[in-house]
Design a binder for this molecule. Structure first.
Ligand SMILES: Cc1ncc(C[n+]2csc(CCOP(=O)(O)OP(=O)(O)O)c2C)c(N)n1
Ligand SMILES: [Mg+2]
Length: 561
């Protein structure tokens, strides 16, 4: 008997199966005509759907999810206006090398006119992401598989555009799904270094007296932390990390912290004395001080699978060792001759341990908090196994200075410099680590940009503590405008009631004007779970060292302690 067209599966049914076949078990979604049938089927087949309130949040949440799980992050948006909402998050995902797949609809092919029609390919291409229109029903399953293959292989976002009239057709194609991309990827062993390169690097390094081993996310991924510690110990040198890799050596007494815009006081001092930096699995970005801004006297050796001489417009490394981070560092350490003398000593370890990240004294208004004290109080009170998400804005400097927190409990992604990612990033981490409590550290401006996601967090029962450093302003802009003597209009807003806003969305909300009650509040939150917004009213008179360096303030009381 012939099946009627109605009883036959639709293309969207089979497309949902193709995504399940790819191992997709979490999808961040905002529905419209061009993706909702597919999304409904995906949900029915057991994929956990997180229904957000803005498409930017769907993509941004999939980014932190991808980073935290090491898997492909998946999101879905409708055609036209759904797709255009992706454009702020995509460049960051491209630059952060994140494997993502976005199921996007396209306008129906059969319509002569359609109001949401847009040439989506060039818009996506402009961000650096790949766009794969799937217009041939028979090839769609392979097309989906290839999108995942490309995302994994190129570590890049891939947007799949499928006209929704095609999605609605009866499926006449083969019932077999292709083998998933994961099974097809070549299984590659880590790349060992060439012996000549090792010998050359060891000779160079043997002559150095003040060595810093600087690790980036490549070192994290390659599992090179122990090798880096051993190299630093062998050379009598110090350790540092980039911001995203912060915490990789959190319990090492000779780690000076983050290198770059976020370097603490003691780190600046020691980095300036370095005569040799070994950069491991690190792209030597401008913000990490990759061009040697913080270590003007040092030679630079880069150990990486893809070493570079010039990065982000500046000369970075003259010496290179091409290898997997762990294998390269291990080989280099093994090739070093025995050495006399050491830069490190006990007094140095004590200084590193006891120094404040920043000891500058500021005069601040009564009733407001010093952001450094807020970070210190939270560092003390928050359990060490909570997942930390550091967002953006001026306040992110202070929140990054929580030295007891390990790298595997930290997330930041700042590759496009956009604010407004805090809530979606925290949602992605919460989805990736459902058994953990997530703490988001954000500014009031960043939070307000996508504040609607508080509702998503409540509805999905995500366990997220949202800590806001509220200076009633776009702090970064205030400080830059002040440094030029320009009016502050457009950057100062006043302290709005974030706790009240949180309660309006059904979350708990609390305003902090003093810090004594932080430990009790942490204990209560740990017991209750759920989600809450904690609003810390801080002074905008406290400037981070980065802002002080780049934008000195006329007429402000700034004195070293
Ligand atoms: C999408 C986007 N719009 C504007 C900016 C410019 N910008 C950079 S920091 C910032 C202020 C952020 O304010 P807040 O989150 O309160 O942090 P604060 O600097 O006050 O600590 C703004 C508007 C940006 N980086 N990204
Ligand atoms: Mg602010």
């Amino acid at each position: 008997m012939q099946m009627s067209n109605q009883a036959k599966p639709r293309v969207y049914d089979i497309l949902a199966k193709a995504f399940m076949q790819e191992g997709v078990r979490t999808c961040f979604a905002l529905l419209g005509d061009a993706n909702m049938n597919w999304a409904a089927r995906l949900s029915e087949q057991g994929c956990r759907m997180v229904y957000v309130r803005h498409e930017h949040s769907a993509l941004a949440a999939s980014m932190s999810y991808a980073r935290k799980t090491g898997d492909v992050g998946v999101s879905t948006v409708t055609c036209g206006p759904g797709v255009t909402q992706l454009i702020t998050a995509l460049p960051a995902a491209v630059r952060a090398h994140l494997p993502l797949v976005v199921f996007a609809g396209e306008a129906p092919l059969k319509s002569g006119w359609y109001n949401q029609e847009l040439d989506q390919g060039p818009i996506i291409a402009a961000t650096g992401a790949a766009y794969r229109p799937l217009h041939m029903v028979e090839r769609m399953l392979v097309g989906v598989r290839d999108a995942f293959l490309q995302a994994r292989r190129e570590r890049r976002p891939v947007v799949v555009g499928i006209p929704y009239d095609l999605q609605d057709r009866a499926w006449d194609g083969p019932a077999d799904l292709p083998r998933p991309s994961r099974d097809l990827l070549p299984r590659l062993a880590p790349i060992p270094p060439h012996p000549d390169d090792v010998a050359g690097a060891a000779k160079l390094l043997a002559g150095a007296e003040r060595v810093v081993v600087l690790a980036g996310l490549g070192a994290v991924e390659a599992g090179a932390a122990a090798a880096c510690r051993a190299l630093a110990a062998r050379t009598g040198g110090l350790l540092a990390t980039t911001l995203p890799a912060r915490g990789l050596f959190h319990d090492d007494p000779f780690c000076v912290g983050i290198s770059g815009s976020f370097t603490p006081e003691v780190g600046l001092e020691y980095l300036a004395q370095a005569d040799f930096v070994v950069a491991v699995g690190c792209s030597l970005a401008l913000h990490a001080g990759g061009g040697g801004q913080l270590w003007p006297k040092a030679k630079m050796l880069q150990i990486d699978i893809d070493p570079v001489a010039v990065s982000q417009g500046q000369e970075v490394a003259r010496h290179h060792l091409r290898a997997d981070a762990r294998l390269g560092v291990e080989a280099l350490t093994a090739a070093l001759p025995a050495r006399k003398g050491s830069w490190r000593n006990d007094a140095m370890a004590t200084r590193i341990r006891d120094s404040k990240p920043d000891s500058m004294v500021f005069e601040i208004e009564p009733g407001l908090l010093d952001p450094r004290d807020v970070a210190a109080a939270l560092e003390k009170a928050l359990p060490k196994d909570w997942e930390m998400v550091n967002s953006s804005g001026h306040c992110s400097w202070f929140f990054a200075q929580m030295p007891s927190r390990p790298q595997e409990r930290f997330f930041t992604l700042r590759e496009f410099g956009a604010i407004g990612n805090g809530l979606p990033f925290a949602m992605g981490v919460a989805a990736a680590r459902p058994d953990r409590t997530v703490v988001l550290f954000d500014g009031d401006g960043g939070l307000m940009m996508h504040v609607q996601e508080l509702e998503t967090i409540r509805r999905h029962g995500l366990n997220i503590l949202i800590v806001v450093m509220n200076d009633g302003a776009y702090g970064s802009e205030v400080h830059k405008l002040r440094s030029k003597g320009l009016p502050e209009d457009g950057s100062v807003f006043g302290y709005c009631d974030l706790a009240g806003i949180a309660r309006g969305f059904g979350l708990a909300g609390k305003t902090f004007k003093k810090l004594d009650d932080v430990p009790k509040a942490v204990a209560e939150f740990a017991a209750s779970g759920g989600a809450a917004v904690w609003d810390f009213h801080v002074s905008d008179k406290v400037l981070s060292p980065t802002i002080r360096r780049a934008h000195p303030q006329p007429g402000t009381v700034i004195a070293p302690a």
